[in-house]
Design a protein around this ligand. Sequence first.
Ligand SMILES: Cc1cc2nc3c(=O)[nH]c(=O)nc-3n(C[C@H](O)[C@H](O)[C@H](O)COP(=O)(O)OP(=O)(O)OC[C@H]3O[C@@H](n4cnc5c(N)ncnc54)[C@H](O)[C@@H]3O)c2cc1C
Length: 385
Amino acid sequence: MEFTEAHEQFRQSVRRLVEEEINPNADAWEEAGIFPAHDLMPKLGAIGALGLEYDPEFGGGGADHSFTYVFAQELGRCDLAAVPMAIAVITSMATPSLARFGSDDLKRTWLEPTLRGELVCSIAVSEPEAGSDVAGIRTRAVRDGDDWVITGRKMWITSGTQSDWLCLLARTDDDSLPGDYHGMSLIVVPTDAPGFSVGRAIKKMGNRASDTAELVFDAVRVPVSNTIGEPGQGFQQQMAQFQDERLVGAYIALAGARRALDRTKEYLREREAFGKPLLAQQYLQYELAELYAEVDVVDGFLQHAADRYAAGHDVSREATVAKLKIGRLVRQVADACVQFHGGMGYAEEMWVARYYRDARLVSIGGGADEVMLRILTLLEGMGKR
Ligand SMILES: Cc1cc2nc3c(=O)[nH]c(=O)nc-3n(C[C@H](O)[C@H](O)[C@H](O)COP(=O)(O)OP(=O)(O)OC[C@H]3O[C@@H](n4cnc5c(N)ncnc54)[C@H](O)[C@@H]3O)c2cc1C
């Protein structure tokens, strides 16, 4: 990947925003269990960060994927994972299908204001009975004239208590049953539609500043024209959307891991025991050195994946490998950071405990490690769907 002066300028504008608008508020937002997305997103919209690769005709930046990589690297410098996650939900989970397949009308109404940061959105795929097995979803949209009437529940929805609209996966073919891959659609659902409600906000181990909600749809009526692309293509569109999510999530997590190692190294340089800085202990040097090496290896793979994505290749395999390996690696890094901080690694007053809690999600959200292994198994011609 080649970085130019334009990348550097963009990097600096994101870095300033992270340092001035996000990090100083991290503790308060974690305490509150929510961050003010409607205040923060317009600031990201103003520097063009929310629609980097999208068509300028609909408010996008028309940039190539290398800018997304730079954006993610800078988001990895946030002092909490919750906010980068909610940002990535907007840029790389809830809007890619709309930008690729949505009608011009849908893009003008929902995408453009979202890219300006005026509207907040969520991706609503998981359900109480279907997370890893997306084909198990039950939420159904039944056609009534020119409307869909949507009934069901969604679970674990990031920003779910404050979103203005959802990119919702629902069954739209009458003969499509839980377990079937066909007959689903992605639909834009405004959250002020009658029949929509937030069931509950879920208290979590980490990513606490991100509100995560269970959502209820009780005969929610939306126009059929809110369907993204052709009805019936939702599962396939969502599988493609997962590739964006997994790659960008991996870029952010990788940058966070490198920063965690840097901060741990500095701590060990300052902290003395046995008459010298802890960093003088060869065991700790070797452990950190090896983790840096692992980070370098994954970084090389991610840059290779990013280049292939930018060149228009199908990167489903790369996104799957990236998601699996970064999930495993951040668990290792977080564990080492806690261990090498000793008691301070266990204290809430340091950054480490939050990092440890937040990092644990990478192996679960957006498809658990085992789901990545299942996809790789199928790609290698082993096992059955
Ligand atoms: C903080 C947070 C935010 C989230 N945000 C969103 C969001 O914005 N939108 C959204 O739609 N979803 C969201 N999710 C849901 C997330 O994608 C799911 O939690 C994840 O896909 C796992 O699904 P599940 O929780 O139902 O686990 P289950 O499907 O019940 O699986 C449980 C465990 O079983 C194992 N497992 C599952 N399948 C297999 C298999 N085939 N072989 C072997 N082992 C297997 C794995 O270890 C897995 O972790 C979020 C989740 C969390 C925790």
